[in-house]
Design a binder for this molecule. Structure first.
Ligand code: ADP
Ligand code: MG
Length: 685
């Protein structure tokens, strides 16, 4: 019997590795099965090349768990090892490289361990003793046994295997005994080995007999050695793709489309990506793509390997060229990873463009569930954005779809303003903005529907991409102002008249917001009062609420524009009532204010001319200054009293608020009660 010490650099490496790798210790099974797969593929290759002339036999890998003995066996019929090979590959290479690895990465171990198998050595994460029993394919080879009990010391001697291949036996730590439980082992095999390229049997298939489950003769094969992505797309039907999707994500909704990836140069990559239905939430199931390396499961977190928006997709990517033995931050700058990420982005764009061109009907039908994904991609990936400008669909309020270029052509003649800028009108809610949409349509304009959570950002992106264009929400101003055709004559009001309007309308608006009141001539049939919120203000508030970090705008009070149509008969009547009720008083105050102001101005000029003015003059001027503030206050009181009492003003302002959904609570109750009174007076005389 031969004894020796394994060439690790750190004497007490076993406790270290157990502690560090605790969270990921289950990967040991993947590593050992992967070695068995390697050994099996190697013997096949030797047979193919003619070097091995014997019988290959059944190459199935067997996993055996014994929960009573707390042992787990991985048995292959691969090429086996001779004594020298065990010494070389296990004692020297496997162990010493694990030691070096630990030395090198001890600081960042936990972040990279999921991506880097420690190979054979990982068996010690869960075992107190590991045994190898192996018989090489080589002629005249003898079975070798190797045992190590968790100290860096091993024993080698005569093995007991009589057939070619290797049996690895793990004597599990007491606290790791679950790895000998049927259910646990099955779960791990499904997670890590489901698509490995050699058949793996875990016990026998069971059947229900005489009131209990009993083993049958048939091996319980847990993997699919030829998963769909390894096959030629020409031989695969649509339903095969859907079946595979269902196998990967049991119970999921049917995906919209799929893409079969297949590239040999300049890197190897295969896989199938699926577009899931995404409607509302941006954080839906990222991390659904599974990454494989030669059909061996590596991770289901592909961040840093594909662009962020693609993590919304589902499916599998298999590539031996993604470096898995390096830390995550390094991945992003890796040239191969960049190429791979670029390739996948291009493939996704190709596929979407292909459906757009060749099956527009299907594309439109699925658009609502696809849009958020595409917008997310366009907003975050410049290359994808360039491509997607060609197949992005704009949808209008009548549910008609247009590629961006076609839409621009369609609105070009009517929706250019006097300065030659093209105005894209949009609504975010067909019901709430119904009146504004109708007003725009009556002018012959078209209104887009932008009701997706990313649209506030996306509108900004389109404005950048489309030259000399801007987007305006239909309710952000009266329609004639949204697309200004020529400089319209605005009513010429004196400062006093403008101020009066502002005071009386501010009085009847809900508190807590700012109102900018302006007068306009919008025709006899135009609405008396329109309440709008400027595109600029609203956009920044929207951004802040999405979490764009622009909280400054989020905290500003709401500001609305109130447009009073002086040509509307109700407005005219209301202003007449004002004139009747307080016209004389106001005229008197106005002229006194004007006089006082004149006096004050004269005083100031005199002061400038002669710094030493008489005290008499000073007194006069002070009186004038006091008067102005006081007089203005009185004027405001008179106007506010009128505003409070005038039923007509309350009704037209109330209707404007109501049509914008801005009447709530007491204000709404008051408005309804007053309306009944008005209607009552009109009909019960
Ligand atoms: P890697 O698989 O990356 O080479 P491992 O630590 O997993 O590293 O394995 C070390 C070596 O031990 C392998 O390269 C192989 O030569 C040998 N080996 C491990 N398991 C087996 C097995 N089941 N059959 C034959 N050789 C094996
Ligand atoms: Mg290995």
């Amino acid at each position: 019997m031969k004894q020796g010490s394994i060439g690790v650099t750190t004497e007490n490496i076993f406790p270290v590795i157990k502690k560090f790798l605790y969270s990921d210790h289950e990967i040991f099974l993947r590593e050992l099965v992967a070695n068995a797969v390697d050994a099996t593929q190697k013997i096949k290759a030797l047979a193919d090349s003619g070097e091995f002339k014997g019988e290959l036999g059944n190459l199935t890998i067997h996993i055996e768990a014994d929960s009573d003995a707390k042992t787990l066996k991985i048995i292959d019929n691969g090429l086996g090892m001779t004594e020298e090979e065990v010494d070389k590959y296990i004692n020297q290479i496997a162990f010493s490289s694990a030691g070096e690895f630990l030395e090198k990465y001890k600081d960042q171990l936990s972040s990279i361990i999921g991506h880097f198998g420690l190979g054979f050595y990982s068996a010690f994460m869960v075992s107190k003793k590991v045994e190898i029993d192996t018989l090489s394919w080589k002629e005249g080879a003898e079975a070798v046994s190797w045992t190590c009990d968790g100290n860096p010391e091993y024993e080698m001697g005569k093995g007991s295997r009589t057939t070619r291949g290797t049996t690895i036996t793990l004597y599990l730590d007491d606290e790791e005994a679950e790895f000998a439980q049927r259910g646990k082992v099955e779960q791990l095999l499904r997670k890590y080995c489901k698509f490995m390229p050699v058949a793996i049997a875990f016990g026998k298939k069971q059947e229900w007999k005489d009131g209990k489950y009993v083993d049958t003769e048939e091996d319980n094969i847990i993997n699919d050695v030829e998963p769909l992505w390894t096959k030629n797309p020409k031989d695969i039907k649509d339903e095969d793709y859907l079946k595979f999707y269902n196998y990967l994500y049991p119970g999921s909704e049917e995906p919209l489309f799929y893409i079969h990836l297949n590239v040999d140069y300049p890197f190897h990559l295969t896989g199938i990506l699926y577009f899931p239905k995404i409607k509302d939430r941006i954080d839906v199931h990222t991390d659904k793509i599974q990454l494989y390396c030669n059909q061996m499961f590596v991770t289901d977190s592909v961040k840093n390997i594909v662009p962020e928006f693609l993590t919304l997709l589902h499916g599998v990517i298999d590539s031996p060229d993604i470096p898995l033995n390096v830390s995550r931050s390094y991945l992003q700058s890796d040239a191969n990873v960049k190429k791979i990420s670029g390739y996948i982005t291009k493939k996704v764009a190709d596929r979407l463009e292909d459906i757009f061109k060749n099956d527009r009907e299907q594309f439109e039908k699925k658009w609502d569930n696809l849009k958020l994904f595409i917008e997310y991609g366009m907003l975050t990936d410049e290359k994808f954005c360039e491509r997607a400008m060609k197949f992005f669909l704009l949808k209008n309020c009548d549910d008609k779809f247009f590629p961006i270029e076609d839409y621009t052509k369609a609105i070009e003649t009517l929706q250019k303003d006097k300065d030659g800028r093209l105005v894209y009108l949009y609504a975010t809610d067909r019901t709430e903005q119904y009146r504004h949409i109708e007003a725009a349509k009556n002018k012959g304009y078209d209104v887009l529907l932008m009701d997706c959570p990313l649209d506030p950002h996306f509108v900004g992106l389109l404005e950048n991409k489309l030259e000399n264009s801007n987007f305006a929400r239909v309710d952000s101003d009266i329609i004639d102002n949204l697309i200004r055709k020529e400089d319209r004559e605005k009513p010429k009001l004196s400062d006093n008249e403008t101020d009066e309007l502002s005071i009386i309308f501010n009085k009847v608006m809900p508190e807590g917001s700012h109102y900018l009141v302006n007068a306009d001539n919008l025709g006899e049939n135009g609405e008396p009062v329109a309440i709008t919120q400027s595109e600029f203000m609203r956009r920044y508030r929207d951004m802040a609420s999405i979490g764009g970090g622009m909280n400054f705008y989020g905290e500003l009070p709401e500001t609305y524009n109130i447009t009073v149509n002086l040509e509307n008969p109700l407005v005219k009547k209301m202003l007449e009532e004002k004139q009747e009720r307080c016209g004389n008083e106001l005229a008197d105050l106005d002229s006194r204010i004007a006089e006082s102001e004149k006096a004050e101005k004269a005083r100031k000029e005199a002061e400038k001319a002669n710094a030493q003015s008489s005290t008499d003059e000073d007194k006069e001027a002070d009186k004038a200054a006091e008067n102005v503030t006081e007089l203005r206050g009185r004027r405001k009181d008179i106007l506010e009293k009128f505003a409070e009492e005038d039923t007509l003003l309350h009704q037209i302002a109330g209707l404007a608020l109501l049509s914008n959904g801005m009447l709530k609570g007491k204000a709404l109750a008051d408005f309804i009660r007053n309306s009944y009174e008005v209607v009552g007076k009109a009909f019960t005389k």
